[in-house]
Design a protein around this ligand. Structure first.
Ligand SMILES: [Zn+2]
Length: 128
């Protein structure tokens, strides 16, 4: 009877350990913060990245969301890597640096999923 009591308390302890391990492995890495390379204003996070890709002038990162930015006027259709797109320039709210653009509208391409997304010049941001 005493042995049985010991067993059950061991079970509880083992379950507790398992639970802790599981919780630890499920905790995602904290998202990395992307900041303006000039003034270090927080612009976006690694968990808001759709893809890293290349534009004609160099590497860019496609973000679902961006913060602490403002948009310039919507521009005419531009032929970008993702096809014909209407974009608005994206500026840092901290220092007015042009960081890239937002896809305001995209033509009827298979990749018009970029609509509403932010294409940020990799050279203009830093990651922590
Ligand atoms: Zn800035």
């Amino acid at each position: 009877m005493a042995a049985k009591d010991t067993d059950s308390s061991n079970d509880v302890a083992r379950l507790g350990e398992l639970g802790t391990e599981e919780a630890l492995t499920r905790v995602p890495n904290p998202p990395r913060v992307y900041r303006c390379g000039k003034c270090r204003t927080h612009v976006s996070r690694s968990d808001d990245i759709l893809a890293e890709t290349q534009e004609h002038y160099g590497p860019v990162i496609l973000f679902y969301r961006a913060t602490n930015i403002y948009l310039g006027p919507e521009q005419g259709w531009r032929r970008l890597r993702g096809g014909l797109s209407k974009v608005a320039d994206v500026f840092c709210r901290g220092c007015d640096e042009n960081l890239g653009w937002k896809y305001v509208r995209t033509h009827d391409f298979p990749n018009n999923f970029t609509e509403g997304m932010f294409s940020i010049d990799s050279a203009k941001i830093v990651v922590e």
